[in-house]
Design a protein around this ligand. Structure first.
Ligand SMILES: Cc1ncc(COP(=O)(O)O)c(C=O)c1O
Length: 462
């Protein structure tokens, strides 16, 4: 145990300083569970302080459970007090803050990004710069639309990367795509209205609509996305699509269907809501530009930084046709005033200084590798498996001819430590996808992917 000299001039008592030093050594894993610590006499001697001070500090550590006395042996770091023991149980503590337990499943949830590659250092530096150097005003209430510099940076980024045409007044920064979709629903759906939604569709987004009491009209999607020929004859409040990489089937909407969708929206005097959540990641060919760029008056474009950076940031955005700006602005205001300004300033710099482009290039390689490992392992384990959808995003759909992914099979896999997501779960009209599952690979390491497929093989073949 190495102890630093105590500050004899400061206002903090020597007892308090010694207590904090030893407590921090335990929490930070520098003193391990079961490790014997120096006697009070040894510490008093090495720090040149009175033994009473050490006894007082030790008493406090004993009473708070950091230390324990084993008679005739000495004083030891108590069981369960060290970071190492906490980590084993799945939670981590840092300076007294406890981080929540991580699930131990190999979770094939679609759309989970590789959070282990979050650019921690750069983000820490940018947020630190913002906190230390920005004017005090940024710590007050901000504009409900979001930080102006982020919206301006986004105009250029979205034009370049996604062909989105807008000016900054049309952008509102939201707490993820989730809030954007919730507010759009509140704004556009009146009593007894309905929303046309591609089927199958992500349950999370669908639940946002139904939670707001909107009815859903399912429009079947195939390998090329939503089928405009099946759109309802009655006017929907809006049509919800994920045209770049449909979730879950993974299709990219053809230009013919995009044009048909726009014609439909114009004829019905209704909007298209375009969710563009993972389009930066394409692995064959380039990414197809947004529908918004084809008709900015007809399309509400929704984006997020949850997949490209981290869902923990809770930063998304909506690009609105001009007549919707004012009413949306009010809804955002009454919802939560605005999204965290500090994070927005850091993000604006992250994009402006080119770190986002660099991060996307890096992540593309990682996801490409993970995707290849998964598809190769699947094909080796199941020679008849069929991988559906465009090579993009962070998930595939795998079809296993002759297999039905029942609740029992999913539960059995869960007991083996693997979570899978049957496509039927996302289907509004049931019965067409019983042999297909979504396999998200973004947040799973190469080793886990291989292990996950082995577990699938063992259980599915049985
Ligand atoms: C289709 C779709 N769009 C967007 C998102 C991102 O939502 P948020 O930005 O609120 O994290 C998700 C989340 O899983 C999703 O499934």
């Amino acid at each position: 145990m190495i102890l630093k000299d105590l500050n004899r001039q400061g206002s903090v008592t020597l007892t308090q300083q010694l207590y904090e030093q030893i407590r921090s050594l335990i929490l930070n894993d520098e003193l391990h569970e079961g490790e014997r610590i120096f006697s009070t006499r040894e510490v008093a001697g090495s720090l040149q302080i009175s033994r009473n001070i050490v006894i007082e500090a030790y008493d406090r550590l004993l009473s708070e459970g950091y230390l324990e006395i084993i008679p005739k042996s000495g004083t030891f770091v108590a069981k369960g007090a060290s970071i190492k023991a906490a980590k084993k149980e799945g939670s981590i503590t840092l300076q007294g803050i406890v981080f929540e337990k991580q699930p131990t499943y190999i979770d094939f949830k679609g759309g989970n990004p590789a959070i282990d590659h979050f650019p921690r250092k750069k983000w820490a530096q940018l947020t630190k710069d913002v906190c230390l150097d920005a004017p005090s005003s940024i710590f007050g209430y901000g504009d409900p639309c979001g930080v102006l510099s982020l919206r301006k940076v986004l105009v250029n980024y979205l034009r370049r990367a996604r062909g989105v045409i807008c000016d900054h007044s049309q952008i509102v920064i939201t707490s993820g795509a989730t809030q954007a979709l919730k507010l759009i629903t509140e704004l556009l759906v009146k009593k007894d209205d309905f929303i046309a939604v591609e089927d199958p569709v992500t349950d999370e987004m669908r639940n946002i609509f139904t939670n707001a009491d909107a009815s859903i009209f399912p429009v079947a999607a195939d390998h090329e996305g939503i089928q405009p020929a099946l759109l309802p004859e009655k006017r929907p409040s809006f049509t919800f699509v994920i045209p770049s990489h449909q979730f879950p089937l993974g299709g990219t909407l053809t230009i013919q269907r995009r044009v048909q969708l726009l014609e439909y929206a114009r004829k019905m005097d209704s909007y298209i809501v375009e969710d563009d959540y993972d389009s930066e990641f394409t692995y064959e060919g380039g990414s197809v530009p947004s529908i918004q760029g084809l008709d900015p008056d007809c399309v509400i474009y929704v984006g997020t930084f949850s997949k490209i950076l981290s869902p923990a940031l809770r930063i998304g955005y909506v690009v609105l046709p001009k007549p919707l700006i004012e009413p949306f602005y009010s809804l955002k205001w009454y919802s939560d005033r605005h999204t965290s300004s500090i994070e927005q300033y850091a993000l604006a710099r992250f994009i402006d200084e080119g770190h986002l482009d660099k991060h996307v290039r890096k992540m593309k390689k990682i996801y490409m590798e993970r995707r290849k490992v998964l598809t190769d392992a699947l094909q080796r384990a199941f020679p008849t498996v069929h991988v559906i959808g465009k090579a993009a995003g962070m998930h595939i759909v795998a079809q296993f001819p002759g297999i039905t992914f029942t609740k029992e099979l999913c539960e059995k896999l869960m007991q083996e430590g693997v979570k899978i997501y049957p496509v039927e779960h996302f289907a509004l009209n049931k019965g067409s996808h019983a042999d297909k599952i979504v396999l998200g690979y973004g947040g799973i390491t190469v080793e886990e992917l291989k292990k996950g497929v082995e577990i699938l093989k063992r259980n599915i073949q049985e």
